[in-house]
Structures are given as structure tokens and as C-alpha cells.
Design a protein around this ligand. Structure first.
Ligand SMILES: [Zn+2]
Ligand SMILES: [Zn+2]
Length: 170
């Protein structure tokens, strides 16, 4: 579970042209150790908070969506500030426009959203030591096994409205 008890969380890009607020806690927070996330972050893993797009409120200018290849081949769209180009979230083809993968590092208080799960640990950098007590899987996972009931219900509700039909990938 996330520890975002004092919502809403706010964040944005470095030049502050793009600012946003999360209207609720995210569905789930992925720490992804896949090689694609390592390259795209330039670091050792990506930390993404999955949340319904309708729960991300824009407080400033809108980011620009940049088409980017993805491991699945279906592509992703990375939302970047039009001025400083910092990436604030991604849409993946599987989950569609209805879900945003918000980059936790763009939040003003990123420490409030620690990982709910570590994924693709088979390709994690060898010096990264995973904490005991947080689920970790070598590749992807079945969300019915790991997500809290409240998040599963939120995703079902989103799909019932005709959005986010497909299984969200990483
Ligand atoms: Zn900016
Ligand atoms: Zn990844």
C-alpha cells in the first residue's frame, strides 16, 4: 500500500510550466527494473504511480505527448513539458489513455509513494538491493494477486465506463 495519507500530492516538471495534482492515492506503484526503464530514466529503475487519468488534475500548462517505442512493440506516449522536456507521466498502449503512469520522482514529496512492488527484477542492476517486505517479481505479475481490493474495484469501475479495457502492462 502507498503511504499517501495526506492527499492530494502535487508535482511537476523542473521549469514549473507543467504542474499537476493527484486527486487520490494511486492504484499501485511499480518500481520497474526492466532495461527499457533503465534506458529511459538514465538510471537503475523507474518508479511509476498508476492512476486513473481523470484523477490527475492539471494546475498549469499541459504536457506534450511524445511517441516512444516500448518493449511490447505497441509503443508508449511519454508526457513531457513542452519547455524543459522533463517527463511527467506515460501512457502505455495496453492500459490506454485512461491510465497514467506518473513518474514518482516528479512529485514534490516523492518519498510519500514508495514502491508497492518491484517488477522485472531479473534485469535489475546487481548493486540494487531490494528491501524485504515489498513484493518482487522477475517479470510482470497478476494484479489480482497483489493489488488491494480497493484498487481492483477502481479499475473495474473505470472499465465499466468503457475506458482502460486492456490489462495494464508495465
Ligand atoms: Zn518544464
Ligand atoms: Zn520497465
Amino acid at each position: 500500500m502507498t503511504s499517501a495519507d495526506d492527499l492530494p500530492l502535487e508535482g511537476g516538471c523542473t521549469c514549473r510550466a507543467v504542474r499537476f495534482r493527484l486527486a487520490s492515492r494511486p492504484l499501485f506503484v511499480h518500481c520497474c527494473h526492466c532495461t527499457w526503464c533503465q534506458r529511459e530514466s538514465g538510471a537503475s529503475f523507474a518508479l511509476n504511480a498508476m492512476i486513473e487519468s481523470e484523477r490527475v488534475e492539471l494546475l498549469g500548462g499541459a504536457p506534450e505527448l511524445v511517441e516512444t517505442p516500448s518493449a511490447s512493440g505497441a509503443g508508449q506516449r511519454i508526457a513531457r513539458c513542452p519547455r524543459c522536456r522533463v517527463a511527467v507521466w506515460s501512457h502505455y498502449a495496453g492500459a490506454g489513455d485512461a491510465i497514467r503512469f506518473v513518474r514518482v520522482g516528479t512529485l514534490d514529496e516523492p518519498g510519500r509513494l514508495p514502491p508497492d512492488i518491484h517488477i522485472f527484477t531479473a534485469s535489475k542492476q546487481p548493486w540494487v538491493v531490494l528491501p524485504p517486505g515489498t513484493p518482487a517479481v522477475p517479470a510482470y505479475y497478476d494484479r489480482r494477486t497483489y493489488w488491494p481490493a480497493e484498487s481492483l474495484e477502481r479499475l473495474d469501475a473505470l472499465r465499466a465506463r468503457g475506458a482502460g479495457r486492456h490489462a495494464p502492462p508495465s
